[in-house]
Design a protein. Sequence first.
Length: 566
Amino acid sequence: MNYFKLLAFSFVIVLASINAIEKPVTPDITDSQPTLIMGFDWSLPVNTIAEDYSGFIGEQTNTKDNLVKNNFVIVRWDKANPHKNVFNFSHFDKKLKQLSPHKVLVRLEVNSACEAPQWALRQIRSSKDQSLIFWDDKYINAIKPFIQEFASRYAESPQLVGLQIGIGDGEYSGSCHDFDNKDGWGEFWMTPAELAEAKTAFGLTPEIFEKQSLKIINLYTNAFGKYKYKLAFMNQGPLFSYGEGADIYNQKLAKLATYALNNGLGTRDGAIEQWMSYTDKIFGNKITSMPDGTCRLDFDESYANKVGGRYWGTENEFYGKEEYILDRHGPYKNQPYRFLISSLRALQMRRNFITVSDKSMQKMDHPDYKTQDFMRYLTQVLGKQMENTPDAFVLLGERYISAFRMLNHSQQACVKNSGDKIKIRSFGRWLTESSNSHKAIKIKMPASEKYWDQNYYLPEGIDYEYFAREGKVFNFDLNDELVSKRCKPDCDVEIKVTFKDTHRTKLTTIIGEGSSQSLQTQGDMQIKTGTFRLKSKFNNKNSKFDFTLKSEKGKTPVIMLRVNFL
């Protein structure tokens, strides 16, 4: 090589080195400009397919609803088993045909004297409110052939997604001929007055309660065999009754729920509308204490793996303009917010089925929360596992829970040191957040609006929660097991940040490989979602988090962050 060629070659090498030093560090990504839309963004990767064993369950028979693919159906004992050992399921068969291709969740009405056949009523007892005495052997023997017959016909049917194990709770407030008088739904609980009657008039004791309830659980389990995952144990929560003498029954209920869980059964709880009420460990929840004294509500992934594939449902159905709904839950204007937060809790608790008021939900929408888009989103993500989830999310804020609702988390510092005001800063699915942030965007739930029915868990004197956390720097961490399964060798993702645009700043996401382009905000006080397209290994070996969101100027209130896996 002559001198001039050598000189030219050296110049090229030096110039390339300078460019490498001066060029901004950019991740190995499709480095497109971040995008911004008004309100929440519930879009998912285009290849997302809903889980077959999941979805909304409606009580209407409208099969034209594209979002509700399952229906709730009751089968009355007296109609399907009118004479001893004589069965007639023609009405149910007709219903299945009418609803097809919809699938069904079923409740066998075997809990009330109003719905029991005459031949059985001659053998079994009932309370003054018509609830059958389920702890009698004669009752268990009477329902056994009916349950076995139903299982032999329908347990393996792909159209049957679940069967509620209803125990007790069969009250009618008036005539049996008027269904509007029905007050009991087989939800395995008693009021203090009902429990007192059960003990004094019908000999119920904690020991009998546990022994006979186990017989009923085993009856259903044996009848369904390998399809027992379809059985929805009612009342997984630790509350059978309340008041004097109820504690021992609640302890027995916890043992029964654990037994059902360990024997492969599913579950169906209710009232997820009270979104921070389900915090007990029996639901798979974990509490992580944060440096500022707040709690992070996490989920036990070993628990999630254990219950995956079972019927794991909840109810989120008190919506609409009916007087009884407004009287309990407050004004109609709060319903989009209530549905948003409670449904995200259902996802956090890994529910795969949600019972909804399908007719009412068709009419609900909100300019920021985009309720109809959110419902479509829910149908696509319910029942997903790490291996196939299209996204991960975390919802920020500060929500308050009374200490007595958190007793089995009492050793956690954020619970132990917070008096009667436990502060929950976030909950999510496969994504967690840590930051030196503060609560933001106060949501008032006053007594004049029935506390939005959240007073079940709210500490005394608290009638509000916060919808966001405000900070300059937020750190986020994806579940390591999810990353190991999905990011081989890396992950192409969309990071969607929902925030309130309170001031002009630039938002940037930072990953191990570098920084994204910045997103300019306007300061117009609107709720918006910014999307950053990135590619990363999400390898957090050198830190405790996978990526960071940074605001250049001032603190930004962040409501929610989602990661779409492309």
